[in-house]
Design a protein around this ligand. Sequence first.
Ligand code: GLP
Length: 241
Amino acid sequence: MRIIKADDYYSMSRMAANIISAQIIMKPKCVIGLATGSTPLGTYAQLIEWYKKGDLDFSEVTTINLDEYKGLSPENDQSYRYFMNKNLFDHINIKKENTYVPNGLEPDSKKACDEYNEIIRKSGGVDLQLLGLGNNGHIGFNEPDEAFEKETHCVKLSESTVNANSRFFENIDDVPKEAYTMGIKSIMQAKKIVIVVNGKNKAEIVKKAFFGPVTPNVPASVLQLHNDVTLVGDAEALELI
Ligand code: GLP
């Protein structure tokens, strides 16, 4: 695993955006796996800036997002589809039909997950997967568990995740309790993985995930077994390693 230590959030975001840019420049028709959460926001802002300067072209890029809340529509401002449109897709020349997020409005979990697995398969595989890290070590919405789930599945969100994500909702009761997420096998099949982390509150879990035992109790620890992972963090998040 490569570790890139950035001074602050801004430079962490630039470094992650640099890796994504390099991927797009080297292979314009690439498949990028994308993440939500507050950590990648700066990375997306940087990509938008470079696109506006004329340095990046997304016209042939396909994106596949990790997850979506079950029950939220694309128009709901807390849905991950809405997040991606607002923070990235609406500002670049990507073709909307080439951007994929699980269908939160599909009530039949099996159908939603099968369809998403098919999308991943048909894409030919993810060239570069961007990840954030949940406070409890989750990636996508793969929560701590007894075993690693392989493909897209429906998860019951843990109490700590519901609490952590409640900051984006008016009321904690509005936070969906279930989500569709890509599985660990799908994430691990990406050719390259970039994981971004910032802030003091991630320091403990960064140490556990990347320097502790590989266990489904800390889902991100599985990344230790991938042969091309780059951890990009600010000084605070990396202070214990
Ligand atoms: C959510 C997302 C994850 C993300 C995590 C961390 O639960 N499903 O993909 O990595 O939050 O979020 P943040 O970057 O805001 O700490």
